[in-house]
Write a protein that binds this ligand. Sequence first.
Ligand code: ARG
Length: 468
Amino acid sequence: MKLWGGRFEKNTDKLVEQYTSSLNWDKRLYQYDIRGSLAHVAMLAKCGIITDDEAEKIRDGLNQIFREIKDNQFVFDPSDEDIHMSIERALIEKVGPSGGKLHTARSRNDQVVLDERMYLKDEITDIINSLLNLQEIIFSASEDKKEIILPGYTHLQRAQPVLLAHHLMAYFFMFQRDIERLVCCYKRTDVMPLGSAALAGTSFPIDREFVARQLGFSKISENSMDSVSDRDFIVEFISAVSLVMVHLSKLSEEIILWSSSEFQFVEVDDAYATGSSIMPQKKNADVAELVRSKTGKVFGNLVSLLTTLKALPLAYNRDLQEDKENLFGAVDTVKISLQVFCGMLKTLKFNSEKMKKAAENSFVNATDLADYLVLKGLPFRQAHEVVGRLVKLCLDKNCKLNDLSLEEMQSHSHLIDEKVFDVLLIGNCVESKISDGGTSSKSLEKQFVQSREFLEETKKWVEGKRKT
Ligand code: ARG
């Protein structure tokens, strides 16, 4: 008989049992479920709701079940609806009727969201740690390759020269904001819901603060109906990791482009590339392509959960059970993607010659020439016009700006003198961008200082969370 079977006259239809079960998914919450139950039972005994003797028995039973599940010895009964029922049934089988006292002043409605919050706190910490690892890879590649110059692009057209380090550090700051979002999300996840019971709270003299302290939560939830029925902390999480995936997919796209024969800016390590079953010459950046594609799966998780929550009346509804596929799906996809991406990036080879050539064989210094004329007193709009005509001249002659003679340039503006050739050097173009956040090495050093501070602080945050 079901643990809730008292008012039923018939057994549940088998197909209904299958359809309503979440056991296959929520099994993975078992350790949190048991830790939550241990804290709950300690509280029940402390508040005199059950005896110390009963608490002892329940504790022993729960610890045994924990070991059995961990060692793969536990027999899951498919007719159990979920992990909470499986554990409670096993407990009663092991310790007898006093096992049935565990569920006093508690409902699966507050129990499941407690488990999810405990689980997610750990996963957020892990994901932040992986993001830190990724940032360190980006940071050391940038520090290492400070002199490499490539064209910066807009509309995927060569625009202005930049340092490769500056380009890479752009991603450092994207991932920094991702971490900051996850830290915020952690705060809102770190709220203890147990004691909300089914929806209304409980008449037993419980101590919710005690349970929160036992389980390392910063605070307890304020409203029992809210705490059993909202999953906005999961939406926030999936939305934060959706942005992680957006950022990974942008860098993936660049790696795919940059490793093409047309660019040849990078080469993916053999261990992170795959071949073709028919074309012997092929070496494909499949990891980057799959990261790009899996990004969509995480968006799917987000939209799916939002749709589940939309217009749900208070309080708990069974619809909420479907949150787990999306939560676990997003966690799994982002974790594995980060892990494999870090390996790929760490072993990526950058081709500085190709990058430099691409910058030199282009008009990426055109804006610098216009700025030079502006410094000589010409309004920017006119300077733009002059340089535009010089570019046109180069296109007709099939050469670069640096290849024009001083006379050719002066025929378009008498303001130009021989210093122009220095201005047109790609390295000088880069180093002239001294504005805060610009691409000169001087501005880049400031980015490095900020980044080092962020890495230090965030590592401390992770260590702090790991201790609790
Ligand atoms: N398996 C359920 C879930 O994941 C647990 C709560 C079920 N509560 C209920 N009254 N049926 O949401």
